[in-house]
Design a protein around this ligand. Sequence first.
Ligand SMILES: [Zn+2]
Length: 296
Amino acid sequence: MTLLDIQNVFDTDSKCREILCRLRWPNGPECPRCKCPALELETEKQLFYCKDCDYQFTVTAGTIFNDSHLPLNTWFMAVLLLVEARKGFSANQMKRTLGVSYKTAWYLCHRIRAAMAQAEHVMLSGVVEMDETYIGGRTRGMGRGPHGKGKQIVVAIRERGGDVRFFRAEDAKSGTLAKYIADNISKDVECIVTDDFKAYPAAVAENGFTENHFTINHSWKEYVNGEIHTNTVENAFSLLKRGVIGTWHKISAKHLPAYLAEMEFRFNRRKRSDLFLDTLRHMVTAQTLTFEKLTA
Ligand SMILES: [Zn+2]
């Protein structure tokens, strides 16, 4: 899918609505209020009428697209720009590329991210790598690591050859890490590989994974000890950091989870040929995000 494809395939509002309709209701449209499939479509306003409860709605009602005055064609282009940008796409780039106001571009990006954040998650298994890093708020002369004002802790868990999960963590204590393990790593995981950060042994023990926990000693420069390495989770981190440095520049702590959701969504689908349609599907099935909620 390219911008040109969008101009050709989704050039009218009704063509955009048609694809959204198929993505939202794969088994045919139904009333969001009473689930009744007996509907009448008023083609001019693209309004569905429920024959059972008289409810009137459009395909975008109650979705991420709700109450937007932008043409759907513009939305589709914004989605494509965001999913095709491996290192992320800033609101400023969106503003320039689509010729919309900064406020509109910012809102577009955040709404698309909100849909991405609600993507379904499966438990990770096989060989799983876990690592933590510090991003943002660089203080001159302090170098890397947890020092300096405004640094955010990001925890990543990645199944080798599979999905990654990013989290903005309040702290890197073992109790916090244990919760991420419990929520994201399958009980039948083959093994968990981490570095020798002191919080991991207690975190894995809390989940009963002591036997299959392996550590690499980064401080001893033992980066690769056969299969015991955290290279693949570090690769995901380096892409994240390039996104933060190259695209977003400064991210507030409040919006960091949304950016992490975007990076995670794109990273986990990077080999999918239906990435664009899959993102649209999430946008018509996720909960809405109001401007008030976003700026609260
Ligand atoms: Zn109804």
